[in-house]
Design a protein around this ligand. Structure first.
Ligand code: PLP
Length: 378
């Protein structure tokens, strides 16, 4: 496997210290020390989500978190709208349909998200009782202005359910203040923990619904387990919680504001760097995510070859999903990513594209990124 740079939009780089913490001996999930660590992790997650409400952590990928969040915030028969800015919106729609919700999907043009005004137009006369959306739609590197959208939704009395899988820990999220009823994430993105934990947070005062419980997604029993792991229902992923605890400590030590700022600056550096190569970004302003950037692959270059050239230079990037498969590449810059990782990635991109016959002025992407970094004193 060797040394390489993991620059995909999740899983992201995990700090070696966190990896070592994860390798500590597995304790009993009902032991006092694990219970304490579990409770501390939930306390730290509340800070990251900006909530004093409930937070649930279970073993599972992000999709498990989607399913749990939707099952506990939407009732069968409710009329809900999914704001689709790309591939992952279908997961929300599918989860809602499976519990018998009446689901409408509204799609934005590729590269665009939804403004508060868009949401007002959608909700006016729609009779929707909930709005479901991605904070960051990873497939197009598009970010939705959740704060504005939640405010509008509240005006119409609609609940708000946010997939923050590619944002939480890298972009600001404030459930209680913004009125987001449920927000979910996975461990493997901006929280910088390996894949394996599904996390759902609820705003203070929102009581998760139990109508659509299943054996696994049994919110009543999971909430009891969150109070204390001694109220065993399902076995927590003990070593994953070690990693979560470790990474959350790092996150809060960095400071949430500083962390969000770092993500914003690194995103700008990547975006300017890619544009300096004459490539077109998928996401338009003001919808560009701070955690992932997507760009169209230039004519004459094929994705599998670009991937191989980057890989040969020790950098792993991602391709497109769904309708954008083969057309775009995506660079993840979330979690533990540094300015050095970003400049190294852009340098490798320059050489990879040049190798594939695309005209590159060496240093142009790196230079543009450096200028951004320098202007922010990085
Ligand atoms: C925004 C978003 N939603 C949902 C998912 C699915 O998560 P998972 O693959 O962890 O189940 C992803 C994965 O990349 C994602 O980025």
């Amino acid at each position: 496997m060797g040394r390489f740079l993991l620059m995909i939009p999740g899983p992201s780089i995990t700090d070696p210290e966190t990896m070592l913490d994860m390798a500590k001996p597995t304790h009993s999930h009902v032991s006092e020390d694990f219970d304490t660590m579990h409770r501390e992790s939930l306390g730290m997650l509340k800070k990251v989500f900006g909530t004093e409400g409930d937070v649930v952590v279970i073993p599972g990928s992000g999709t498990a978190a989607i399913e749990l969040a939707v099952r506990t915030s939407v009732k069968p028969g409710e009329r809900v709208v999914v704001l689709k800015a790309g591939f992952f919106a279908d997961y929300l729609a599918d989860a809602a349909r499976r519990i018998g919700a009446d689901v409408a999907v509204v799609q934005s043009p590729t590269g665009r998200g939804f403004t508060g005004d868009d949401v007002e137009r959608i909700l006016r006369g729609g009779g929707y009782s909930a709005v479901l959306l991605q904070h960051v739609e990873t497939s197009a590197a598009v970010a939705n202005p959740v704060k504005d959208i939640a405010r509008k939704a509240k005006e119409f009395g609609a609940k708000v359910v946010v997939d923050g899988i590619a944002s939480v820990g890298g972009m600001e999220m404030r459930l209680d203040e913004w009125g987001v009823d449920a927000c979910l994430t996975g461990s493997q993105k901006a929280l910088a923990v390996p894949p394996g934990l599904a996390i759902v947070a609820y705003r203070k005062g929102f009581a998760p619904l139990s109508e659509s419980e299943t054996t696994y997604f049994n919110i009543s029993r999971l909430l009891k387990e969150m109070e204390s792991t001694r109220n065993y229902y399902i076995t927590p992923a003990v070593n994953m919680v070690y990693a979560l605890h470790s990474s959350l400590r790092r996150i809060l030590a960095e400071g949430l504001e500083a962390r969000y700022r770092r993500h914003e600056v690194l995103a700008k550096a990547v975006q300017r760097g890619i544009e300096a190569l004459g490539l077109r970004l998928v996401a338009e302003e003001p919808f560009r995510a701070h955690t992932v950037t997507a760009a169209y692959i230039p004519e004459g270059v094929e994705w599998p070859r670009l991937y191989s050239e980057m890989r040969a230079r020790g950098v792993e990037i991602a391709g497109g999903l769904g309708e954008l498969r083969g057309k775009i590449f995506r660079i993840g810059h979330m979690g533990e990513v540094t300015a050095n990782d970003v400049t190294a990635t852009l340098a490798s991109l320059e050489r990879s594209l040049a190798k594939l016959g695309y005209r590159v002025e060496f240093g142009s992407a790196v230079r543009a990124a450096q200028e951004v970094l320098h202007s922010y004193g990085v």
